[in-house]
Design a protein around this ligand. Structure first.
Ligand SMILES: [Zn+2]
Length: 363
């Protein structure tokens, strides 16, 4: 039974069979690999052709411009993916734009208009943008006069800010000062004359603007004071109310005439006078110690085709740029990406400031 020759032959045959099986396995594996590679190559070529189609020059319609932009300039570009970088660039997202056309007189209106001794306010034809505070205010503050009016959106922002103050501090003494909100030209004339009679022309001019150049004409500004136990105090009389200048920027308000900006504003320190400019602008100006005169100049560095200013506040991301109005032009056009909330304000001097509100800073 133990024939060595017989055993060797058997072993030889087994080895040959195994070799053949191995060679066949490798052969089939190579065939499968080659088929997979060719399918992948075909897919790559088709994807490349698709890319080229999408990058063709867009059709320009009369109102809507369609274009693709590099990711760093688009506003709706997705956050860069960190997983599995594809071998070819993904197609740029298609962003559509709407053209907003503005005439020169629009420069004089908006939340960011600069009104000072050099730049008078242009009164609109109607007072339709104003709302009487009485009957429309929130619980967060008291009212000095039933006649006071504010810009409708500014009143809403004040209500929100004052309620936040009340909720966080429990203090109930905040007061919208009597005659501290909107003033017509005649009301400012009257106030100025009374202050001159009281304090003399030089002293009056430090705190009361001449009729026509007062921020109180805009409906965007108001004076705050305190009314506690039947007495009126200045806003900065008690520490508990420091919350106001510290937190009002988050609601769009700036302390318009700070002590360290008298040379720029031309107005003495007014701890009571607040001005609405919009959330990202108030946050940026306060954080960077800029008064409105300075901020309007700073924004010149951020134009449509260049770098934009980005500001983050309370989980939102804002994009800001400046559009100068061409001297001889009748209108100016601004491209706004569709689907992004925006506002455009004149600067009351020579152009517009565009503000986009992106959904959130999360991701
Ligand atoms: Zn004031």
């Amino acid at each position: 039974m133990n024939n060595p020759n017989y055993n060797r032959r058997i072993n030889e045959r087994i080895r040959r069979r195994r070799r053949r099986a191995t060679v066949l396995t490798i052969f089939f594996f190579v065939i499968i690999l080659l088929s997979l590679l060719s399918v992948f190559a075909v897919l790559q070529i088709r994807e490349h052709l698709d890319d080229r189609e999408e990058n063709n020059p867009p059709d320009i319609t009369d109102q809507t411009v369609q274009t693709t932009e590099p990711a760093d300039q688009t506003t709706t570009a997705p956050i860069e993916q960190t997983t599995a970088a594809p071998e070819t660039d993904p197609p740029a997202p298609l962003v559509t734009y709407t053209t907003v056309t503005l005439t020169r007189d629009a420069i004089t209106q908006g939340d960011l208009i600069l009104v000072n001794a050099d730049l008078p306010y242009t009164f609109p034809l109607t007072e339709g943008h104003l709302t009487t505070v009485y009957g429309n205010k929130s619980r967060g503050y008291q009212l000095g006069s039933a006649q006071d009016k504010l810009d409708t959106d500014v009143l809403a922002a004040l209500n929100t800010a004052a309620d936040a103050f009340l909720a966080e501090t429990g203090e109930t003494g905040l007061l919208l000062a009597n005659n501290g909100a909107y003033r017509s030209y005649a009301a400012q004339e009257d106030l100025y004359a009374r202050r001159v009679a009281q304090y003399g022309e030089e002293e009056a001019a430090k705190y009361v603007a001449l009729p026509g150049v007062s921020e109180h004409h805009t409906g965007l500004a108001f004076d705050l004071a305190l009314y506690i136990d039947g007495k009126t105090y200045a806003l900065d009389a008690f520490d508990a109310y420091d919350w106001i200048p510290e937190n009002f920027p988050r609601y769009g308000f700036i302390l318009r005439y700070p002590a360290n900006k008298i040379a720029q504003t031309g107005i003495g320190y007014e701890p009571w006078h607040f001005r609405y400019v919009g959330i990202p602008h108030a946050v940026y100006m306060t954080a960077n110690n800029l008064c409105l005169e300075e901020y309007i100049n700073v924004l010149r560095a951020y134009q449509a085709t260049g770098e934009h200013l980005f500001v983050e506040s309370d989980g939102r991301r804002y994009e800001i740029w400046y559009v100068p109005f061409a001297v001889e032009a009748e209108t100016t056009s601004i491209l706004i990406p569709d689907g992004v909330p925006y506002s455009i304000s004149g600067n009351n001097r020579d152009g517009f400031i565009v503000t986009l509100t992106h959904n959130s800073t999360a991701q």
